[in-house]
Ligand binder design. Structure first.
Ligand code: HEM
Length: 415
């Protein structure tokens, strides 16, 4: 189809995503996939976007240089231009295009290679064991006092594991993790609610500014200190880039993995035959982590991209200066690519899923997330044979974020 024959904004019906989108986004996406590869939509808070939903188009769009990440001056709505603090926090690699992106990514790539990350396994195992010990002790205490032996698996395990790992790696005090959770949740939840977004952004910005000043004065054997010193062929990070980098690594390093662990556990508990299969054959674990990533999708879609000129995707022309979202969760449920895609199958070859994105922004933390997932699911299943859901499935609530797909809480019994 040529550009002139391709349907554009005026010809396709715009889909309004209601508040129910947060509870069941896949229902919207599967209808959209049936209609076509690209759909104009209004997010629940009213922002106009173009959603790319079929696997081949999502994968191609993620690697398409005509879709830009650097938002400065590219947004359709001038109201959405972030203020100074948010602008400061946003000069990180996920919001930049080459050549700047190439430069920023190169400065941290070495710290996240599969080999480097494999060296973290003993520490990830130790943190996991201590969190599971704490759960066991708490449940024993609750039972002894005749209380309800229910644990919120997110609070007790799925959140503290990845946040402790990334804090230790960066050299950020782990005591401050509850504070990060609050800021980070506000930042990813409040699209359309600039007030809480800005307050949390400003608080994080001040926190990192002080941390960097402290590490400059007292360098340690950690990544913040290494990034302050980072030089690559004479290149280095300026203060703005450094703070933005820390912000990105901390938020990206736990928001997503928390949801892989929590939503993945829920997926296994609601598919007991698959859970038993995995428990009885731990050699399935590495593949099962990828299948869980495909199935639960800790992110509904990749982060924002923008057009500068009209761009044709799958026969649809998206005009210039529009906001495009590559819906990775939808692509991963496209039966054209993954047969019987709505079925969890821990033995499936889920290779090629796009839960970590694709192209130059492919997740830098993928080896770390896979390691954490493997250790977490392996330990949880072997330690707690009686693990079960402690709430009616219909009462579980998902966080009101367009980007993040994550449960508010996951009440479980562990024995
Ligand atoms: C299950 C866990 C994770 C998932 C599902 C996930 C998903 C993603 C996705 C989809 C992208 C690409 C976004 C886009 O193209 O718009 C991305 C990028 C990124 N992720 Fe992750 N991520 C996870 C864990 C982590 C961890 C543990 C880190 C730790 C540091 C991390 C750091 C990053 C960074 C720095 C980028 C930006 C890369 C770039 O722009 O070149 N992620 N992630």
């Amino acid at each position: 189809m040529t550009d002139s024959a391709a349907p554009s904004a005026g010809q396709l019906d715009t889909v309004q995503l209601g508040a129910d989108y947060f509870q069941n986004p896949l229902a919207y996406f599967s209808r959209m996939r049936e209609e076509g590869p690209v759909t104009p939509a209004l997010l629940p808070h009213g922002e106009r976007v173009w959603l790319v939903t079929r696997y081949p188009e999502v994968r191609a769009a993620l690697a398409d240089p005509r879709l830009y990440k650097d938002w400065a001056g590219k947004l359709t709505s001038p109201d959405w231009v972030p203020d100074e603090v948010i602008g400061y926090l946003s000069v990180h690699m996920l919001n930049t295009d080459p050549p700047n992106h190439t430069r920023l990514r190169k400065l941290v790539t070495k710290a996240f290679t599969a080999r480097r990350v494999a060296g973290l396994r003993p520490r990830v195992e130790a943190i996991t064991a201590s969190l599971l010990n704490a759960i066991e002790a708490r449940v024993a205490e609750l039972s002894s006092t005749g209380g309800e032996d229910t644990v919120d698996l997110i609070e007790a395990f799925a959140f503290p594991l990845p946040v402790t790992v990334i804090c230790e790696l960066l050299g950020v005090p782990t005591e401050d993790r509850a504070q990060f959770r609050q800021w980070s949740n506000a930042i990813v939840a409040s699209e359309g609610e600039p007030g809480s977004f800005r307050t949390a952004g400003a608080a994080m910005f001040h926190y990192f500014t002080e941390l960097v000043a402290d590490k400059r004065a007292h360098p340690a054997d950690d990544m913040v200190s290494a990034l302050i010193e980072a030089h690559d062929s004479g290149d280095s990070l300026d203060e703005r880039e450094l703070i933005a980098m820390l912000f990105l690594l901390l938020v990206a390093g736990h928001e997503t993995t928390t949801n892989l662990i929590a939503s993945g556990t829920l997926a296994l508990l609601t598919n007991p035959a698959e859970l038993e299969r995995l428990r009885s054959d731990p050699s399935l674990l590495p593949g099962a982590v990828d299948e869980l990533l495909r199935y639960v999708n800790p992110l509904n879609h990749a982060t924002d991209r923008f057009t500068l000129e009209p761009v044709e995707i799958g026969g649809v022309t998206i005009p210039a200066r529009e906001w495009v979202l590559c819906v990775t969760s939808s692509a991963n449920r496209d039966s054209g690519r993954f047969p019987d895609a709505d079925r969890l199958d821990v033995g499936r070859d889920a290779g090629g899923h796009v839960a970590f994105g694709h192209g130059i922004h492919y997740c830098l933390g993928a080896p770390l997330a896979r390691l954490e997932g493997e250790v977490a699911f392996g330990a949880l299943l072997s330690r707690f044979p009686g693990l079960s859901l402690a709430a009616d499935l219909a009462t579980l609530r998902w966080r009101p974020s367009s980007l993040i797909r994550g449960l508010e809480t996951l009440p479980v019994h562990v024995r």
